[in-house]
Design a protein around this ligand. Sequence first.
Ligand code: HAM
Length: 426
Amino acid sequence: MIQKPKGTYDVYGDKGKQILYIEEVFKALMKQYNYEYFRTPLFEASELFHRGVGSTTDIVTKETYDFKDRGDRDMTLRPEGTAGIVRSFVENKMYGSASMPIKSWYYGPMYRYERPQSGRFREFYQFGVEVFGSDDALIDAEVISIAVNIYRLLGLKGIKVSINSLGDLESRNNYREALKEYFRPHLDTLCSDCKERFEKNPLRILDCKVDNDKEIMKNIPTTIEYLNEVSKKHFEDVKKYLEVLDIEFVVNPKVVRGLDYYTHTVFEVEADIAGFGSQNVLCGGGRYNGLSKQIGGPDVSGVGFALGMERLLAALECENINLVKDDNVDIYIIPMSENEISNALSLTNHLRLNGFKTDMDYMHRNLKSNFKQADRMKSKYVAIIGEEEVKNNIVTIKNNNTKEEYKISLEEILEFLDSNILEEGE
Ligand code: HAM
């Protein structure tokens, strides 16, 4: 038997319903925040991620799905959404727009060749937002509020928001030097990857899974100690606005994020739920003021975040939150014999096009098993079409709850369902 690739999963049944519900929440919320929908390709030139995400990050060195296309070009399945959205922003010259900031949202699959474990997939879905063109801390706070409001709207209680600041370029460079000074005397205790990171990008030593528990990792200087005045002010403003928005947070200097593009604010939301797995970061993001320039565009600032759908579903499950409530079919249509199948099909089509959730018998069941099927579908009404009904241009409709029966003419059926189903729904 051919099986699904490692680190992937199939969606069907209740999980599918739960996902569709959540997607509606994303869409509705983005409308309220006045964000614009973006969609970029699932694959991009590999160079985009080398330059964007960073050539020394774990994502780019160990986790990308790279391939040559038939034209011998180096391509990569996108491991995240930000680099592609920034590419699109630059390529489509949106930076000239007078309507800055450009506020975008996206949703789709991402690919990372990671070791599969609970909460870590090789194909996973991210919902994300990216905002371009404003340096104001207002936007940092707004982006964090979107993440928090999604969890709030879905009823998730156990979340913890952690924020930190990496500062502007000057602050980041100062911090980089401080890290080098800190690690230099202990280089021989670090793993071979970290020795290389020390030379190329010492910040990445902080994500090392091998050296993680070593003594040397315990007293690392924090980014906040190296913020210059401008960066400090920006961070203070973010905190002030988060308070205005009623968002509880902690400042955690350990949050530095595993992608290279961040400047100033970085944040993560963790699941704070007993029994949740070790992959408890539900979403993460921050500001990335240098990224547009780094991939060949103008110097336009950006800020955003992405949340993982799989971890969100796991968190909802852990808190026993079932979003899918009303799963009833409005009406189930039964033809009494082969002779009435076309009439049943036509009525089904008519009701569907008029907004009723309608299903019919496709299996040539007898009346008794058709009623069982209607019960399985939790159908509110059942319509029966036999010889008599066709002759008189009517249908026999049965309320599946009260078992009351009505003879309704075809002209009046919409009116009947409208008033009865709406009444019941109230
Ligand atoms: P990230 O932290 O790499 O950031 O991913 C964001 C979220 O995607 C994670 O918090 C997690 O929920 C989910 N995620 C990541 N990898 C996996 C995986 N292998 N399996 C399941 N879920 C996963 C970014 O991707 C940045 N682009 C976020 C961002 C947007 N920063 C600024 N704008």
